[in-house]
Write a protein that binds this ligand. Structure first.
Ligand code: FMN
Length: 314
């Protein structure tokens, strides 16, 4: 009945009200608890970045039973994102196209929200660059956010794969990739002396050519990046709409990437899978293909919180 973006906001606010009256983190545990990246996950299911961009709903979302929540993507300064409408439902295909463009209230706002939350779920913070920061200076935005986020979360996700910030994906390319991850690793090392070691993971696009993906993986291993999230939305679709495609139609595409990543990164490298998980079978498939952890987003839009229960407590 409502435009998709309004419906999204109404749903999250309703969840907040409901969990206020019945607040207790649901203790549905997948049989497979997981120790990975120096973190202890109570189950393998996480919320993907973008649903709670500003960390406004941490406790209510955690109360659904997620083992981890990835918040953001946050940028150094608040920004309103791309022009509306920027979120479209492809109902029959159980998919979405979005061109949100990192609409967020800025990293400081989210940190204060996280600080006042009570959850025991693992908290990841996804960081990005402001739309008007030139690519040559992108590293400064990531370092700024990493510096702020580090003490307040359990892991940091470096988002260089959104199709909705102009040229962002060029950061995955030869020209910028090495410099960016070198600087991030250096900063992580420095921060770990003060706050203890926290993993930094990279979120990649599903649209990277196999050869290029192999080179990225070599560097990821060489520079000891802690994990990969695969994948973000795909920009390769035939719908006459701007933005990245997520949901059911992304499932096979992101699975193909997952297989390649497992091949290039070896059996024990931490991989978080994201893309098209709309059911428990999809969740299991991602694990079979080599994922350690799995995230959902579009499935939550079509099925609601019931999906979390379906996956963890069938
Ligand atoms: C409306 C919308 C906003 C998103 N915003 C972000 C974001 O800010 N940062 C990010 O890393 N991914 C973002 N994503 C991508 C999701 O985190 C996820 O990787 C992708 O949608 C694939 O998973 P799904 O098919 O389960 O939705 C967004 C996706 C959607 C649909």
């Amino acid at each position: 009945m409502f435009p998709p973006e309004t419906a999204h906001s109404i749903s999250l606010n309703s969840l907040k009200v409901l969990s206020y009256f019945n607040f207790k983190e649901t203790n549905i545990l997948d049989s497979k608890k997981l120790e990975i990246m120096n973190l202890s996950f109570s189950n393998r299911l996480g919320l993907a970045a973008g649903m709670d961009k500003n960390a406004d709903y941490v406790d209510s979302l955690a109360s659904l039973g997620f083992g981890f929540l990835e918040l953001g993507t946050l940028t150094p300064r608040a920004q309103s994102g791309n022009l509306k409408p920027r979120l479209f439902r492809l109902r029959e295909k159980k998919s979405l196209i979005n061109s949100m463009g990192f609409n967020n209230k800025g990293i400081q706002y989210a940190i204060e929200k996280i600080n006042s939350s009570n959850t025991k779920a693992i908290i990841g913070l996804s960081i990005g660059k402001n739309f008007d920061t030139p690519l040559e200076k992108a590293v400064d935005d990531y370092l700024f956010c990493l510096d702020r986020a580090y003490p307040f979360c359990d892991y940091i996700a470096v988002n260089i794969s959104s199709p909705n910030t102009k040229d962002l994906r060029k950061l995955e390319g030869k020209k910028y990739f090495s410099g960016l991850i070198n600087s991030i690793k250096k900063k992580q090392e420095k921060l770990s002396k003060q706050f203890g070691y926290k993993p930094v993971v990279l979120k990649l696009s599903p649209d990277i050519h196999e050869g290029e993906l192999e080179n990225i993986c070599k560097e990821v291993l060489d520079k000891t990046i802690d994990g990969i999230i695969s994948s973000n939305t795909t920009a390769f679709h035939n719908y006459p709409l701007n933005g990245g495609l997520s949901g059911q139609e992304l499932f096979d595409i992101s699975n193909k990437n997952l297989l390649s990543l497992r091949k290039f990164l070896g059996t024990s490298f931490p991989i978080i899978a994201s893309g098209g998980v709309m059911s428990r079978d999809h969740f299991k498939k991602k694990l079979e293909l080599g994922a350690d952890l799995v995230q959902i987003y579009t499935g939550m839009i079509y099925k609601g919180p019931v999906l979390v229960k379906e996956i963890l407590d069938p």
